[in-house]
Design a protein around this ligand. Structure first.
Ligand code: GLA
Length: 354
């Protein structure tokens, strides 16, 4: 089966059918979301002195995301299948499906027009939460089944941003949804994140080949630059001579969270601390893995919402998810959603300062 041509949204369409919604707390914390790509366009949060700053990279409006010269998935919900599928193909129930190869020989982040580039419906919105839905058609971007998907962003009094995903389908299909916000806890555009200290609750990661497809091995991080079991500055080992770092041009790998790979309970994934401002981001998830990406493809050519340029490694992503290429790796926890089942996934981004 071939991939049907997909059309993205024009800047004109975006201007008329998208808008911004802001979740607010009395302490000043704010999260702004557009229904284009369910993108989080900004996150205002306090540093140790109570100063609010926007810690999410991105643009102001949907039209600006569309017009941008590069589209590194800033703030978006990524799907139908976040991360890579080898050679853009998989077989399910005896049928072979062909997807766009939009990342070298491989399929990345749902294809040419993934969930990050479509207009979502806003079903409800308040100061606390926004509920967005999207219906991906059968064979949209080459995937089987009409998939009804929703994402709810909720901002709590404890400065937690709770992201709840749900999906149902009428044909078996792979589903792997994630949130692709790039954080810089010193404020968007304020230099690199190399001084940020990261702890990842993961003793193993999934090493990759030259196309960033997992080899299938779950490798121990011990005695490697991939060991973030104790807090460590992102920049400490990132330039170390290491085959996996070279392949990722830095960190761009999936860590296997410390829980049963098929476990679905909410567990700690990561803690990130910016020593300069004291801001802390704590990430918990029901997912088995997290792609820790250090903005290796940012080059300083993109200018963000406040006019600052986004430098190489000017942001990091913690994309909670199932492991890359799961549809082709029977040993990995399954990403197949069948009719009658409900896909459910939760990730919490909690903000504090010390
Ligand atoms: C993910 C991928 C990276 C890159 C970014 C967006 O993190 O793993 O290789 O595609 O998204 O640029």
């Amino acid at each position: 089966m071939t991939v049907p041509a997909s059309t993205g949204v024009t800047a004109e369409e975006a201007a008329t059918s998208t808008r911004l919604h802001t979740l607010k707390k009395s302490n000043g914390m704010e999260v702004t979301v557009t229904n284009y790509g369910a993108i989080i366009t900004s996150i205002l949060t306090a540093d140790r002195d109570g100063n609010l700053e926007d810690v999410a990279l991105g643009h102001r409006t949907a039209a600006e995301y569309i017009a941008a010269s590069e589209k590194p998935y800033f703030g978006a919900v990524v799907g139908r299948f976040g991360n890579r599928i080898a050679e853009g193909t998989f077989t399910l129930d005896g049928e072979t499906y062909t997807l766009a190869t939009n990342n070298g020989d491989n399929h990345l982040h749902g294809g040419n027009v993934g969930f990050d580039k479509v207009i979502w419906d806003v079903k409800s919105v308040s100061d606390q939460s926004i509920h967005l839905t999207y219906v991906a058609k059968d064979m949209e971007e080459g995937y089987p089944g009409n998939l009804r998907v929703s994402v709810t962003y909720t901002l709590t009094d404890e400065n937690q941003l709770i992201v709840d995903y749900a999906a149902t389908t009428d044909k078996a299909t792979p589903v792997n949804l994630t949130q692709h916000t790039y954080f810089n806890l010193a404020g968007e555009g304020n230099g690199t994140v190399l001084d940020h200290e990261v702890m990842l609750n993961a003793d193993r990661f999934t090493p990759v080949d030259s196309g960033l497809i997992p080899t299938g091995e779950l490798r121990s991080v011990k005695d490697t630059p991939f060991d973030f079991t104790s807090p460590k500055a992102i920049g400490r080992d990132i330039e170390t001579e290491n085959e996996q770092l070279a392949l990722g041009k830095g960190y761009d790998h999936n860590w296997v969270l410390n829980k049963g790979v098929n476990a679905t309970e909410l567990t700690l994934a990561a803690v990130v601390y910016d020593p300069a401002t004291g801001r802390v981001l704590t990430v918990s998830t029901t997912e088995p893995g997290v792609q820790f990406y250090t903005g290796n493809f940012l080059t300083g050519t993109l200018t963000g919402k406040s006019g600052k340029t986004y430098s190489h490694r000017g942001g990091f992503c913690l994309e909670t998810q199932h492991f890359p290429d799961s549809p082709n790796q029977p040993e990995f926890p399954s990403t197949i959603l069948s009719p009658g089942e409900t896909y459910e996934s939760q990730t919490i981004f909690a903000f504090s300062a010390r």
